[in-house]
Design a protein. Structure first.
Length: 78
């Protein structure tokens, strides 16, 4: 998995061999969330303040996420 951001006790990752649309996984000791670039979220127990911070990071770093998504999910480079 491509870790693209870490803060305190949580990380944001892009996984390979994934389904569209482009999204990231937020991993926290209390659970996980999927944050899509279109703003949709699937949350499994991540604290609201962490999710808010993670979404703000995603919004501010779309180019980094798209580049890592392309690297991790391009079948010609795996």
């Amino acid at each position: 998995m491509g870790k693209i951001h870490a803060q305190q006790n949580w990380v944001i990752r892009v996984q390979g061999n994934e389904h569209p649309p482009v999204h990231v996984h937020v991993i926290h000791p209390d659970g996980k969330a999927i944050v899509y670039l279109n703003g949709d979220v699937t949350n499994s127990s991540i604290p609201a303040d962490v999710l808010k911070t993670a979404k703000a990071w995603v919004d501010a770093n779309v180019d980094i996420i798209r580049a890592e998504w392309a690297r991790m999910n391009n079948p010609t480079t795996r």
